[in-house]
Design a protein around this ligand. Structure first.
Ligand SMILES: CC(C)(COP(=O)(O)OP(=O)(O)OC[C@H]1O[C@@H](n2cnc3c(N)ncnc32)[C@H](O)[C@@H]1OP(=O)(O)O)[C@@H](O)C(=O)NCCC(=O)NCCS
Length: 132
């Protein structure tokens, strides 16, 4: 996984969201599970689009918390398709936390790889069409 700290300039995030006081743990820091949830949502948006329909998360293959997220940070999540199998699709997600807005302070907060499976109306895996 790359150590590049800057978000990709030529890409729009799948999600941009502010970390709120309700997302904190008992110590007052942003709860890791909140960030994992945002990462899963961002990955699922990309997977749904590419699989052209309903998908489910089958595995979190890798998840790394790199820097903490604080209340008030703007978290931007960028996605990239890593691999498309028969019914599965693996997505790389990077989360950046923008702090002290207007001061160009951005931290890479987390990186993850998540696998989704395209499913049919019976919740069974369905093939993902290959792009022409
Ligand atoms: C996802 C689900 C439909 C897969 O059903 P299954 O009968 O196990 O399907 P398969 O064994 O045929 O695997 C389907 C694909 O997933 C991939 N896969 C399965 N487990 C995996 C894992 N741990 N890591 C990566 N890929 C995995 C398989 O390699 C296969 O990919 P391919 O078709 O591209 O080769 C089923 O396990 C399920 O419904 N799980 C619950 C999903 C869910 O509710 N997620 C939200 C949790 S809150």
């Amino acid at each position: 996984m790359s150590d590049d700290n800057a978000p990709p300039a030529d890409q729009s995030p799948a999600i941009r969201i502010m970390a709120m006081p309700t997302n904190t743990n008992a110590s007052g820091d942003i709860f890791g599970g909140w960030l994992m949830s945002q990462v899963d949502i961002a990955g699922s948006i990309e997977a749904f689009r590419r699989a052209n329909g309903r998908i489910v998360t089958v595995a979190v293959n890798e998840f790394r918390f790199i820097q903490p997220v604080f209340v008030g940070d703007i978290v931007s999540l960028y996605t990239k398709v890593i691999k498309i199998g028969n019914t599965s699709i693996r997505i790389h997600v990077t989360a950046y936390a923008e702090r002290n807005r207007g001061k160009d302070e951005v931290h890479k907060a987390a990186e993850a790889e998540i696998t989704y499976v395209a499913i049919d109306e019976n919740r069974r895996p369905r093939p993902i069409e290959t792009e022409a």
